[in-house]
Design a binder for this molecule. Sequence first.
Ligand code: SAH
Length: 209
Amino acid sequence: MVEEQLRARGIHDPHLLRIMAAMPRHLFMDKALEARAYSDHALPIGAEQTISQPFMVALMTQTLDLTGEEKVLEIGTGSGYQTAILAELADRVFTIERIPPIATAARERLTAMGYSNIVYRTADGSLGWREMAPFDRILITAGAPRVPEFVAEQLREGGVAVLPVGTNQQQALVKIVRTKEGVRKKVLTGCTFVPLIGRGGWETRKPAP
Ligand code: SAH
């Protein structure tokens, strides 16, 4: 996985490659999928959600340029795989998941693995986590129609955010840097994530009566 999917495609941060080589990705999914755990794909984790493709996890993490000192906000805990990698590379991770059984499973898994620098919340994360802001880094692993407003508000000056922005089917992976003057935005690549559902993302609409 590390050689063919990550290093060959431009992931070069040695610390990140070491962490991803050591991370037991098969523990973040159902037993029935374990044989495909290190394949080049996103995989289902229940409730129509997915564990992201290893390359996408690596690219987003490398873009955050972590030194070990950072306070990171992650929206979309999902399986907790990305959360574990952030917990290895940053100081503290604040992670939000909106689907309760998915949030509980991730929390139990990460606690059993011994992580103690992760703070969990089950809620709509499309508004961020105001009480805990500002953050040095923000990572959103679900696609929004536009950059949610909280990103610029809750990112520290000099901070970096990475998130997918686009339609329900197809998004651009966007890097945001908060500067003194405002925010700088750069598109990194195309990508496909499940939708960010909530007040700062895609609203769920009740069917017409
Ligand atoms: N990084 C995760 C990706 C999981 S998929 C992994 O690799 O396992 C994206 C997750 O975002 C899903 O679990 C989904 O329920 C969650 N999500 C979607 N909208 C959300 C919101 N508004 N707040 C918090 N989590 C959200």
